[in-house]
Structure formats: structure tokens, C-alpha cells
Write a protein that binds this ligand. Structure first.
Ligand SMILES: [Zn+2]
Length: 253
């Protein structure tokens, strides 16, 4: 394929910002020689009228239990059986909506040990919500009846690193990468202003960003969120995934 001048410029720009946007590499995980058995799937989630019966707290506890098993290298076997597939073929009743980064290392079903039909997932690099994202979360809550929304940031997020590079060096990101990271910049500014000695700017910004997005959803006047929230039927939380420990920490919003 012949490379046009525009493509060449674009490729050069990508190379220039490569280090800014490159996703960090996690330390090699310990790989024991003994294969460990997967724990059986967690008990199925009770439902009525095609919706989950879990409360927001129960949904969060279930996610945390799945994550504890994952972090302890005793992950839950996701229920992807033919039986399960058949059971949910006609309809779905996820018990949580997860908004997380597109990063290949933070797949929510794996982190939380969830199977088919359990999580309604919205993913964008940097876990920010545009209109389509908000509409997707709203669909999970108001149509599918999920009682919990988790906004999940993570360690060594490439999108947050890129936002920090734009702020620090005024780097011009090519294509749609600029608009992608732009909404993260206020979180980096906030992190810089409140950075404590010893804190890492990128990790602090990733935490602040997850909280900002969660707060935005929590405080939206949209009745799809406001009505179930005030009735205690919906909770929105922020969380942070540590690539090294495998643990998801729930953050105060
Ligand atoms: Zn990320």
C-alpha cells in the first residue's frame, strides 16, 4: 500500500507520541508449574420479572468476592456453558454496569469472575463517557435493571499518560486521539494541584478521573439515574484496578 504524505505525517506523529500513549507493561506474573483448578462459578443471581433481585450492595459484594478470588489466583470459572447460553438467549438481566478502559489487561469479566449475561460493559480508552456512553449506561440501568454502576480506572493507564503529556508538553496527538484524551486533562490538573509527596501523578489522576466520571453519573438530573438512586435501587461507585496486585479498590466518590 502506497503511503500518502498525510499517512506519513500521521505515522510520524504516532511515533512521536508513542511513548506518551504507550501502555505500560506490567511485571511478569508468577507462573507456577502446577496448573490450579478454577473455582466453580458463583451461585446464579436471583431474578424476577427478567431483572436481577440483587440490591446495589449485594451486587458490589459479588463483584468484590469475584475479584478477591481473581487476585488470589483462584479465579472463578466463568459460566459460559451451553446451558447458561441457552438460559440467557432470549433476554439478559446483568447485575452491574461496568464502565472501564479499553486496556487489554482490565477485562471486567475476568477481574470480577463474571460469566455470560452478568455484566453490562461500556469500554472506552480512559473510561470517559460521551453521549453514546451515557446512553449505554442508562440502557443498562433503566432498561435492563442493573442496580450498580462501577466506573473503573486503572494503574498505568495509557490514556491518562497521554493526557498528562498533552498538558505538560503541549503534545498534539494525531487523529481522534486528541479529543479522546481531552476530557481527562481536568483530572490531571486536579491531580497536579493536590499531589502529595510520594504520590504518582498518573495514578492519582486515574483515581480522580474515575471519581469525576462516577460523580457526574451520580449527580445527573436524568430521571433514569436520579429516580432509582433516590429510591435506594441504584448506586454508582468509582473503583481503581491495581495491575500488580489484581485487586480492585472501591473509591470514595
Ligand atoms: Zn487505560
Amino acid at each position: 500500500m502506497e503511503m500518502t504524505r498525510r499517512n506519513m505525517v500521521s505515522a510520524a506523529s504516532f511515533a512521536a507520541v508513542g511513548s506518551a500513549f504507550a501502555l505500560g507493561t506490567s511485571p511478569a506474573s508468577a507462573t507456577g508449574s502446577n496448573p490450579r483448578a478454577l473455582l466453580p462459578p458463583m451461585a446464579s443471581v436471583p431474578q424476577a420479572d427478567g431483572k436481577t433481585l440483587l440490591t446495589p450492595n449485594q451486587a458490589l459484594e459479588r463483584l468484590q468476592e469475584g475479584n478477591r478470588r481473581f487476585a488470589a489466583d483462584q479465579p472463578t470459572q466463568p459460566d459460559i456453558s451451553v446451558k447458561r447460553r441457552a438460559a440467557i438467549a432470549a433476554s439478559q438481566a446483568p447485575f452491574a454496569v461496568i464502565l472501564c478502559c479499553s486496556d487489554s489487561r482490565v477485562g471486567p469479566e475476568q477481574l470480577f469472575g463474571a460469566g455470560l449475561g452478568e455484566l453490562f460493559v461500556v469500554r472506552t480508552a480512559g473510561n470517559y463517557l460521551d453521549t453514546a456512553g451515557i446512553g449505554s449506561v442508562e440502557f443498562g440501568v433503566s432498561v435492563l435493571g442493573a442496580p450498580l454502576v462501577v466506573v473503573l480506572g486503572h494503574e498505568r493507564c495509557g490514556a491518562v499518560k497521554a493526557a498528562a503529556a498533552v498538558l505538560k508538553d503541549n503534545v498534539a496527538l494525531p487523529g481522534s486521539l486528541g479529543p479522546l484524551v481531552e476530557p481527562i486533562i481536568p483530572s490531571v490538573i486536579d491531580a497536579k494541584a493536590n499531589l502529595k509527596p510520594g504520590d504518582d501523578l498518573i495514578e492519582t489522576a486515574a483515581r480522580i478521573h474515575a471519581k469525576r466520571v462516577a460523580k457526574r453519573l451520580k449527580n445527573t438530573p436524568d430521571p433514569a439515574f436520579a429516580a432509582p438512586s433516590s429510591a435506594g435501587k441504584l448506586n454508582v461507585v468509582a473503583a481503581y484496578y491495581d495491575l500488580d496486585t489484581g485487586l480492585v479498590e472501591i473509591l470514595d466518590v
